[in-house]
Design a protein. Structure first.
Length: 270
């Protein structure tokens, strides 16, 4: 990976807000970004297993998120890269569309096709968010159930288990998971929230809330494309979470913005 500082003006703005400067990693294009992120993810999960015996990851959908999962599955199939015990990896989701299980809108479906169906994961360690035909009448009920699953996997009285890497995509208006600017989810402190009237279809979703997102050890934001460049620059300049939710997505130990050159094109240079 090629790593660049986000620029002196960005660092100054973050310092003024009392925020640590996140890592900013820039690759030439989306394909090389997916390759670099997949290698970094395998290495990070292997490192977590070396310390804890297990590892955990939160998946994201979208084009770049799916491309990363495809690359990870490719690496898992290569003996020289078999450094992760996939039977000891917990898989969670950052958000999901509250639609039937067989809908192509489901992030879970894309993840199963690109990754879960190709890697030897323990089915008991795969934790999809409920679909609309899973026995829950309302998304609020499904969100509460998923919060219970997170709490059941946690230790020491925590409401969220240890999450080694939480991956997020970002929309051009700065949304992450299914938390959109100026939406009730921005200020909802529950670990999992129902989202209604979403400005991007499908309108009804389930999402991790900020209390869960910011409890992760590392948050990785995967962003590709020039259409998201302005939002990237605003987020790295300390924009308010309510105006640009991606600005509030920070890990306990590290926050990494993983960009292609187009998504990084509006970043100021020192």
């Amino acid at each position: 990976m090629s790593q660049f500082g986000p620029g002196e003006r960005v660092e100054e703005a973050l310092s003024d807000e009392g925020l640590p400067t996140p890592d900013v990693v820039i690759e030439p294009d989306a394909d090389r970004l997916a390759r670099a992120v997949s290698s970094a993810l395998v290495a990070r999960l292997a490192a977590a297993q070396a310390v804890h015996g297990t590892a955990s990851v939160v998946l994201t959908g979208g084009g770049i998120g799916t491309a990363v999962l495809q690359r990870v599955a490719d690496l898992a199939a290569e003996p020289e890269h078999a450094v992760v015990d996939w039977q000891q990896v917990d898989v969670w989701w950052g958000d999901e569309r509250f639609v039937p299980a067989d809908s192509s809108d489901r992030n879970e479906l894309g993840a199963r096709q690109a990754f879960l169906g190709r890697v030897g994961l323990d089915p008991e360690r795969i934790h999809p968010m409920p679909s609309s035909d899973a026995g829950f009448d309302e998304p609020e009920e499904a969100a509460a159930w998923y919060a219970e699953q997170l709490a059941a996997a946690a230790e020491g009285g925590r409401v969220v288990p240890r999450i080694d890497v939480l991956m997020l995509g970002m929309g051009p208006e700065g949304h992450v998971a299914s938390i959109f600017p100026d939406s009730p989810a921005v200020s909802d402190e529950r670990p999992v929230v129902a989202v209604r009237d979403c400005p991007k279809p499908p309108p009804t979703r389930i999402s991790l809330g900020f209390s869960a997102i910011t409890s992760a050890e590392e948050v990785w934001l995967l962003v590709s494309g020039e259409g998201k460049a302005e939002a990237v620059a605003r987020a790295l300049s300390g924009a308010a979470r309510s105006d640009l939710p991606a600005a509030g997505a920070r890990g306990r130990r590290a926050t990494r913005w993983l960009l292609d050159q187009a998504a990084a094109s509006a970043l100021p240079r020192g």
